[in-house]
Structure formats: C-alpha cells, structure tokens
Design a protein around this ligand. Structure first.
Ligand SMILES: *Cc1c(COP(=O)(O)O)cnc(C)c1O
Length: 465
C-alpha cells in the first residue's frame, strides 16, 4: 500500500456527459486510521533543531491543533507522506503548481538545464528569455527584475516606490499579505491571523508606523487615509484578488477606484500578483479586471515550483533600479538558471485550454461543494468565494468582502472540517483563511473523492454546532 505507484491520466478530457441517470453521490470510502509513525518521528527530530519543526509557520498544523505530516513525494494532484498516506492536494505549495506537481514540461526543462550548472553570478540566456515572456504576458511590466521570493519582490517594490515618490508611507489593506518584510507585517492576513499575532515583534515601531492600513473593498477608508496624510503616501499595495485572508474578490469599481485615487494623489499603485499572476489569466488579475498598475509583484507560478519572484513596471519607474538608477537591490541567486528554466517552461504551458480546464474543474468542485452543503441543510452557515482556480469555504454567512467579514468565520467548525478532509485523504491548508488551489492535474476521480470527503467532514464540522 505504502508507495503504490501513482497513476494519473494526463489531462484526458472528461467523457461526454450522458443525459440521463443523474450521478448518485459516491459512497464515502471506509476510512482507515491514518498511520503517522514516520511523520511523528521526523517531526520530533525537526522540532529539536528547527523552530516549530518547520521552515514556514503554517506548515506546523499548529492552528488546527495537530502535528504535520512530512511529505515523501508528490506528483500531479497527489501528495504521499512519509507513512505512505496519499492525499488529493489542494495546497499545491500555496500556489506555484498550476499544472500539479512535476508537470512534464517543467521537470524536463529542469533536467535539461541541470548539466549546465546551478548558479553563475553572471547573466545567462534563460533570464533574458523569461524576462521577454513576462513583459509580453503582463504588458504593464515593461521591465522586470528577478528575485528569489515573493517577499523579496514586494519589499523591493516598496523601496522603489518610496524612492521614486520621495514619500515614506505604505498603504496596505487589512488581511492582505505581501510577504514577511518589516513594512508588511501589519494586519497581514492568514499566517499571522491564525496564530493570533497582530503584527510581529522585531519590527521597529517607527517602521510599523510607516505602514497604514485600509479596509479591503472600502474606497472611503482609502480616501480617509489620504486626507489624514496628504502628500505622504508613496504606494497603495493591494492583492487585486485577496487570497491570503481566504479568497475575497474585489467589488466592481474597487480596483478602478484605487487607480483613480493613486493618480490624483501622486502615489503609485502596486498590484501584488504573487498568487493571481498567471493563475487568473495569462496576464494575471490586471488582465482579468482591465486595470493597469504602476508596479507589479510576481512569484509562485513564475518559478514553476522553484524559488523565483519578480517585480517590474513602467520602464521609467524601473529606470530607478540599480545599476540604471540609485535604488539598490541585489541577489546572489537571482536569475538562477534552473529556476529561470522552470519559469520559461511554466509560462510556455499557459494555453487557453489550460485555463478552460482550470475553470471547468474548479467550477465543478464549487458546484459539488455547494450541493453537499445544501443537502446537509447547512448552506446558510457557509460562504464559498471563488475566482478561477482559487476558492475558499468560509464558516459564516456572507457576503465576505473584507477581513472583518472573514474574522467572523467559525474557526472550530473549520478545524473539524479540515480534520475530516484529512482523514479521508484530502489536504487543504491547515488554516481557515487560505485558498484551495485547483490545478489542471486534478481529475474527475479526485473531485469525487473530495466531495465524498467533504460530505463526511461537513457533518463533523457542524456536529457540535
Ligand atoms: C506568497 C505571497 C507572498 C510572499 O511570497 P514568498 O515567496 O512566500 O516570499 C507575497 N504576496 C502574496 C500575495 C503572496 O501570496
């Protein structure tokens, strides 16, 4: 049972639906008790040498009152843990794996690049080729600088915005996450919220004061800050679709409004598209909603599962970046040839058919989840937000348009749901305010398994409520 070979049909189109015989819900499989012996051993060793036993806090399962499993391998839509348990994976490394784990094109690009070396400290062809692709797909990015993470991208973009405008204040939205740079660890969404941390100690008070927070989907809250700090705000930083407080869509007019306010006030508009870039459309949320930001941050999908981030924007703005201009920013591993090769393969795989498949699969999952909730008579206690291939089930009635709405979610019910899914072999982020990531690798069979698990897990979620 342990290392059963993973089989997955490569993106076979779903069979044409027959007209009659509405499908009966798949009977839930009998659950075996999950074996966790190996993961528990690894966790004990990890805890002895690493804070919380993890390299990133959410992975610890602390917020769901459990201990983590350790991954042995991953392919397509499936994760296998150290004890041989298999999970349909909706975490997908928190976003990079648009085509599931180890899609052929990316794996082969990395394999091809490997014999040529792993890092040079000098420019290489792959950087040029990836930069040409990024600027073609995201036209507001006339020039781009590669870095190694989303955090680095957001941090560098803010430095640039401050330098260009000669202003210090950063306006962000409560519940939006832009990585863990000091300027952004204020009201920063899921990671902190689920651990009950409002900001972070270690951020100098003076610096924290330079970050001011508005309410997502509330233009008046933005106007109020500009009235309070006239001529002082360098940049409005926003996730054009918020995905780090769970998925929260921008209301019609919200992003347009931000564009107008930034123009009127001489501030820059920064879209943090680390999650939405290449996911919601080839050109990201800015293509989907038709808004042109001044600066954009990318990450996650851009690296195809290897560490890559990028920031970019209008050429006249990027001209301030060293060595063209005075704004310093550098990186030993930036433009890493393996990561660039993975990124190129990733971007070259972004076909209309891929987006159509993502939409079909995610829509089917949404529909199925809603149907189950309705059949169990609990749909009014839930809100499901989805855009394209990211979705979140909130355990409170909607609409959910801001972090204040998100915070009303029933955390205990979420935890029971999470554990119910996990028991049945479905892995979602171990925190209430995250997105589920659908990939093109998720199959009909995965969906059936997920919905059967969802049915049992929802019953458990509401058993005590
Ligand atoms: C993940 C994320 C980041 C940070 O990226 P890292 O690679 O984890 O540093 C920044 N912004 C958004 C919107 C993200 O989702």
């Amino acid at each position: 049972m342990a290392a059963r070979k993973m089989r997955r049909k490569a993106a076979a189109p779903p069979p044409a639906p027959k007209k009659k015989a509405p499908k009966r819900p798949v009977a839930p499989r009998r659950r075996r008790v999950r074996r966790t012996v190996e993961s528990d051993r690894l966790y004990a060793r990890a805890k002895a040498k690493m804070p919380g036993g993890v390299s990133s806090p959410v992975r610890s399962f602390k917020s769901v009152g459990a201990t983590p499993f350790f991954v042995k391998k991953a392919k397509g839509s499936i994760l296998v843990d150290a004890d041989g348990n298999r999970y349909v994976d909706y975490v997908m490394s928190y976003g990079p794996h648009l085509f599931g784990h180890m899609p052929k094109a990316v794996a082969s690009a990395i394999r091809k690049a490997l014999p040529r070396g792993t890092s040079y400290g000098a420019p290489c062809r792959a950087e040029v080729e990836l930069a040409e692709r990024v600027t073609r797909l995201v036209p507001s990015m006339e020039k781009v600088r590669f870095v190694s993470s989303g955090t680095e991208a957001a941090m560098s973009a803010v430095r640039l915005a401050r330098a260009i405008t000669g202003r210090d204040l950063v306006l962000k939205f409560s519940g939006c996450y832009h990585g863990h740079a000091d300027s952004f660890l204020v009201a920063a969404g899921s990671g902190l919220a689920t651990l009950g941390i409002p900001g972070s100690p270690g951020v100098p008070a003076e610096l924290a004061k330079a970050t001011i927070t508005a309410t997502y989907n509330d233009l008046e809250s933005v106007e109020a800050l500009f009235r309070k700090y006239p001529g002082k705000i360098a940049v409005i930083a926003v996730e054009p679709v918020a995905a780090n407080m769970g998925v929260v869509l921008p209301k019609p007019g919200f992003l347009e409004g931000l564009r107008k306010i930034a123009d009127r006030e001489g501030a820059l508009l920064l879209f943090d598209e680390v999650i939405t870039g290449f996911r919601l459309a080839r050109g990201g949320a800015q293509e989907l909603f038709g808004i042109k930001p001044d600066l954009t941050c990318l990450g996650k999908i851009l690296g195809g599962g290897l560490p890559v981030g990028a920031y970019g924007g209008r050429a006249d703005l990027m001209a301030h970046v060293a060595p063209d201009g005075p704004v310093y920013q550098a990186g030993t591993l930036s433009g890493n040839p393996l990561a660039m090769a993975a990124g190129i393969a990733m971007l070259d795989s972004l076909t209309p058919a891929a987006y159509a498949k993502l939409e079909r699969t995610a829509a089917k999952l949404e529909k199925g989840m809603r149907k189950v909730a309705k059949e169990l008579g609990v749909e009014e206690r839930l809100t499901l937000n989805r855009v394209g291939s990211i979705l979140t089930l909130f355990f409170n009635p909607g609409p959910i348009a801001s972090f204040d709405d998100v915070k009303k979610s029933d955390g205990a019910a979420f935890n029971r749901w999470f554990h119910g899914l996990l028991k049945s072999g479905v892995f979602i982020a171990p925190a209430a305010f995250e997105a589920m990531f659908v990939s093109t690798a998720h199959t009909e069979k995965d969906l059936a398994k997920t919905l059967a698990a969802h049915r049992e897990a929802l019953k458990e979620a509401f058993a005590e409520g």
